[in-house]
Ligand binder design. Structure first.
Ligand code: HMH
Length: 231
């Protein structure tokens, strides 16, 4: 891969879908202050369900890092940090839900959410390569980081009551964490691509990682669509 690693190469190649996931009308509506609060509340309830599933996925990635990584100490540290963040996030969702009058225990997962959760579950299997799983993990976190950071840029009209939500994923610490995940993913993808040159297996892993990355972006678009009530 060229400068910036495999991931940047793929993001250039699949730019339109990446923009679709990180500059979605729902995010643009938060950013320009025209967001519909019933959409926001719908997103909040659905995302809480998603995050609970995502915790299990994170645990599966942690196990793969521990078993398969050539730098398992460094990698598990980053993933464990992410899991600690998810622990905070779940508490935050509960607090935020009560603030907005969203009853989490009565929230039913909608179709797009169910489909996304099933996709995550399929990737928790021990058969799935660590390289593929960490690429997916990075992509899921990066979409939220990019999306919400966009709402915090200067000259935006993000409503004050949504600033904290945007800070959750748009803050610099979360940005650093995503960068660490990206570095791990790039290292492993680079290795798979070297293996390919050396005539070892690696082609499957690279292809699968790219396919699953695109799938994440598609699921993220559907998730935002669901929140807006257009799916
Ligand atoms: C749907 N994608 C979705 N929810 C999230 N909370 C994240 C990504 C980031 O963790």
């Amino acid at each position: 891969a060229g400068k910036g690693g495999v991931i940047d190469t793929w993001l250039r190649k699949h730019r339109l879908i990446y923009i679709g996931a990180t500059r979605h009308p729902f995010i643009l509506a938060i950013r320009d202050g025209t967001v519909n609060y019933s959409s926001f509340k719908k997103w909040l309830g659905q995302d809480y369900i998603f995050v609970r599933e995502f915790v299990a996925f994170a645990a599966s990635v942690l196990i793969k890092a521990w078993k398969e990584s050539d730098d398992s100490e460094g990698d598990t540290e980053v993933i464990l940090g992410g899991m600690a963040g998810l622990h905070d996030e779940i508490a935050w969702f509960k607090k935020e839900a009560s603030k907005w009058g969203v009853e989490l225990s009565e929230t039913i997962p909608q179709k797009a959410n169910q489909v996304y959760c099933r996709f995550l579950e399929s990737l928790m299997s021990p058969e799935v390569d660590y390289t593929v799983a960490i690429t997916v993990f990075w992509a899921i976190e990066a979409v939220y980081q990019e999306s919400f950071a966009h709402c915090l840029e200067p000259d935006t009209n993000t409503p004050p009551e949504l600033q904290e939500v945007c800070q959750r994923w748009g803050n610099d610490g979360f940005g650093q964490y995503c960068h660490s995940l990206k570095k791990i993913a790039n290292r492993l993808l680079e290795k798979a691509s070297d293996d390919l040159i050396m005539g070892k297996a690696g082609d499957d892993v690279l292809k699968k990682a790219e396919v699953e990355l695109i799938r994440v972006l598609e699921h993220e678009v559907e998730f935002w669509n669901m929140s807006r009530g257009t799916a």
